[in-house]
Design a protein around this ligand. Structure first.
Ligand code: ADP
Ligand code: ZN
Length: 210
């Protein structure tokens, strides 16, 4: 199954991507994580992406399209994949179509703007393995330390309140039109994000079937 997860920053796309990855044994592909990894490694692409990411803006289409084109050719994508954070613009969606990539389902996770602000301000991430935590809702066993790999957790620069507003604006302007794009193809399903992750997961799994 080839899936796309849509939703505002902090709607919980990454968490659901991990759950679906476990259940269906298909890779979760996060452009955000790939870009952050490139930034941490100081690659040319990482340096180019940094100014956009830190400002809450989108990285140019040709950069992320290039990343995805290459990633989808890997052997582990043969039986399907979950795209988390791609596409984020209409040209990115059109690029997928032009690559001949068939998408089976697009799950849109809806969460109110107020909840999103609270979720992002408490979010902590591991730059080494990409795991995400929340100081209140999903605390690591030891404060500030990644359960999965033991690395130090950090707050993303773009999770600071002043940048969050820019990211929400970017989302509404550039990414939300994708809902209509995929609804017109009959493959969009809307899931209301719930308080408990397990409840959202149950609804997401249901949406994959109908
Ligand atoms: P979130 O979904 O919480 O906003 P991500 O980790 O998916 O976070 O993305 C972080 C940042 O990386 C985005 O704000 C954007 O700058 C950049 N980015 C990720 N995916 C894309 C994409 N498909 N197109 C353009 N920029 C992207
Ligand atoms: Zn880690």
């Amino acid at each position: 199954m080839n899936l796309i997860l849509l939703g505002a920053p902090g709607a919980g796309k990454g968490t659901q991507a991990e759950k679906i990855c476990e259940k269906l044994s298909i890779p979760a592909i996060s452009t955000g994580n790939m870009l952050r990894e490139a930034m941490a490694n100081g690659t040319e692409m990482g340096l180019k992406a940094k100014s956009f990411i830190d400002a809450g803006k989108l990285v140019p289409d040709e950069v992320v399209i290039g990343i995805i084109r290459e990633r989808l050719q890997a052997a582990d994508c043969k039986n399907g994949f979950i795209l988390d954070g791609f596409p984020r613009t209409i040209p990115q969606a059109e690029a997928l179509d032009e690559m001949g990539v068939r998408i089976d389902r697009v799950i849109d996770i809806e969460v109110s703007n107020e909840k999103i602000a609270a979720r992002l301000s408490g979010r902590r991430v591991c730059l080494k393995c990409g795991a995400t935590y929340h100081v209140e809702y999903k605390a690591p066993k030891t404060e500030g330390v990644c359960d999965a790999c033991g690395d130090t957790l950090v707050q993303r620069k773009d999770d600071m309140p002043e940048t969050v507003l820019d990211r929400l604006k970017t989302y509404h302007e550039q990414t939300e039109p994708l809902k209509d794009y995929y609804a017109a193809k009959g493959i969009l399903r809307v899931v209301e994000g719930q308080e408990a992750v397990a409840d959202t997961t149950a609804r997401t799994m249901q949406a994959l079937e109908d």
